[in-house]
Each structure stands twice: as structure tokens, then as C-alpha cells.
Design a protein around this ligand. Structure first.
Ligand SMILES: [Zn+2]
Length: 272
């Protein structure tokens, strides 16, 4: 693929990702409050001042307003621009992996990139909701599972490579199945929300590289979850009351596995 075309695709993916990142902060605020996400202008949560179009430009508005509401001057957390930047980066990654670096401007390349971008967007929403409310709503996880399978099935059919759907199904069975067993044995430690999300994550990992990458994703999730949980318990001196949501670690471990999994796997297998 032409360098200029590739650069343009990645820049466009970044801008689209910033806009969807802004929408992710809205969705993650409204979904747990059972508000509609398809209509209604955003309001300042402190003074209910309606946020105009110029105050709603991803990252730029936050910087221009110096992180404060224009009306009441209540601080707007850095998590808003950070969420937008993270979503932008994830969309760039999806475009890079499935279109630009794969040199695949075919329909299946774009369908795969769009499906993974939608997957990443939903993981951003679930991460924010889980951090704030300690829950992974079925209203988000179920549609993600269905839409994910529709998108991946479309890509596989266009490519004429149905074996990847079998890989995705095996991945779902490994990731989700393992968590189901853990939740069955140790229900205090793992919620059913994590189990359901595990089936989704296994699907998206399995579709790429089969079971090897699924195991890398699970390993990274547990590693991150374990290390950070111990850190939080030590610094807060928390007891059993300090509940740490596991969803964000699952999301992060899966994204890292998709980004670094194949080199990690090659290095590991190369050592034996
Ligand atoms: Zn305000």
C-alpha cells in the first residue's frame, strides 16, 4: 500500500476514534443510569449547562477550556481527553493491523478493521462502567457478542476462510469456559459479567490466531489483575471490602495480546 494512502487512512482512523471516544464517555455515563444514548445534548454534570458544539471537540476543547466547565468552572476530569485519545489509538491500531500493515484494502480487510474498532470502543465503555459501578451490563455485553459474530462471520465469508470462525468459537469456549468453571468453584472471586465478557474476548482473540493467542490474553489479564490488585491492597491496606473490578484487566489483557501476542508467543515458543 502506498505510504501516503496508509498515512491518510491512519490519520482518518485517529480522528474517527477521537469522535467515538467522546461518544464513549457519554455512553458510559448514561448506560448505567438507564438514559438513552442516541439522543439529547450533553450537559455539564455539575451545572446542567448544555454543552455546545465548540465545547465538544475531542481533546481540543478540554485543553482550550483548561479542563473546566465554561459555565460553572467545575473541573472536567482528564479522563475525558484520555478516553478520547485511547479510543483514537485503538482505532489506529485496528486500521493498521487489518488494512494498512496487512496491505489489505479489500472489503474483508475493512469489515475486520471496523468490527475490531467497534469491539475496542465497547471495551472502552465497559472499562469505564466497570471502574465506576463494578458491573458489566448485559445491555452492552450481549449486543457486543452478537454484533461481533455478525461482523467476523461477514469478514470470514467474504474471505472464504470459514476456519477462522471455528477458531473464534474454540477461543470463546476456552476463555469463557475457563471463567465459567472459576466462577462455579469460587463465586466470590468472579462475577457472571466477567464470564460473559470472557466468551466475547475469546471470540475476538481466537479469530486472529487461534487458541495460542487466547491463552496469551488470559495470561496477561490475570497477570495485570493480580499485580495491580496486590498493589491496590498494599497501598490502601484494604481488607475484603476493597473490591476490585476485573473487567478492565480483561479488556487490557486482551488488547495487549492482540497488539503484542504473536511476538510474545514466538519468543516464548522459541525458547524451548
Ligand atoms: Zn458546569
Amino acid at each position: 500500500m502506498d505510504n501516503l494512502v496508509g498515512t491518510f487512512i491512519l490519520a482518518a482512523a485517529f480522528v474517527v476514534g477521537l469522535i467515538f471516544g467522546s461518544f464513549a464517555t457519554v455512553a458510559s455515563y448514561r448506560i448505567p443510569r438507564r438514559e438513552t444514548i442516541v439522543s439529547g445534548r450533553s450537559k455539564c454534570p455539575a451545572c446542567a449547562h448544555q454543552i455546545g458544539a465548540l465545547e465538544n471537540i475531542p481533546v481540543i476543547s478540554w485543553v482550550a477550556l483548561r479542563g473546566k466547565c465554561r459555565h460553572c468552572k467545575v473541573p472536567i476530569g482528564a479522563r475525558y481527553p484520555l478516553t478520547e485519545l485511547a479510543t483514537g489509538a485503538l482505532f489506529v491500531f485496528a486500521a493498521f493491523k487489518f488494512v494498512v500493515s496487512a496491505n489489505d484494502a479489500s472489503v474483508s480487510g475493512w469489515v475486520t478493521a471496523a468490527t475490531y474498532a467497534a469491539f475496542f470502543w465497547t471495551l472502552v465503555v465497559l472499562t469505564i462502567i466497570d471502574l465506576g459501578h463494578k458491573l458489566l451490563p448485559n445491555r452492552v455485553v450481549y449486543p457486543l457478542f452478537v454484533a461481533g459474530w455478525v461482523g467476523l462471520a461477514a469478514a470470514a465469508v467474504i474471505d472464504g476462510d470459514l476456519g477462522r470462525l471455528l477458531d473464534a468459537a474454540i477461543g470463546a469456549a476456552i476463555f469463557g469456559g475457563f471463567f465459567f468453571i472459576v466462577a462455579f468453584i469460587y463465586p466470590q472471586g468472579m462475577g457472571l459479567g466477567d464470564v460473559k465478557l470472557g466468551f466475547v474476548l475469546g471470540t475476538f482473540l481466537g479469530f486472529i490466531e487461534g487458541p495460542g493467542l487466547v491463552l496469551v490474553g488470559m495470561f496477561l489479564s490475570f497477570l495485570l489483575g493480580g499485580v495491580i490488585s496486590i498493589g491496590v491492597l498494599v497501598t490502601r491496606g484494604g481488607g475484603r471490602k476493597t473490591e476490585i473490578p476485573f473487567g478492565p484487566f480483561l479488556a487490557l489483557g486482551t488488547v495487549l495480546a492482540l497488539m503484542l501476542g504473536q511476538p510474545l508467543l514466538d519468543a516464548y515458543l522459541g525458547t524451548f
